[in-house]
Design a protein around this ligand. Structure first.
Ligand SMILES: [Zn+2]
Length: 84
């Protein structure tokens, strides 16, 4: 009987925890899906052209790459991104 007294408040605490946890993760995903609203850190992107004949390489430091950045200036093919 005395155990019940101990278990009940514990369960309540867990419920509170469970309720608050998804909220926190929701906020995190919101940040990730809306880069325009949240200030992003500058990221160094290393772009390498996949064409064996070209192999053009460039480094861009940006918050986010645009489609234009991914195009190789030499052969106009889509470059591969190496995040570092
Ligand atoms: Zn190229």
């Amino acid at each position: 009987m005395s155990l019940d007294k101990w278990i009940k408040p514990k369960k309540k605490k867990e419920e509170v925890k469970k309720k608050s946890q998804p909220k926190a993760s929701e906020d995190k995903t919101k940040e990730a899906t809306s880069p325009e609203k949240t200030p992003l850190k500058l990221i160094k992107y290393i772009l390498i052209c996949p064409k064996a004949k070209c192999k053009y390489q460039k480094t861009i430091i940006k918050k986010q790459l645009t489609e234009r950045d991914k195009i190789c200036p030499r052969c106009k093919s889509k470059m591969k991104i190496k995040k570092s």
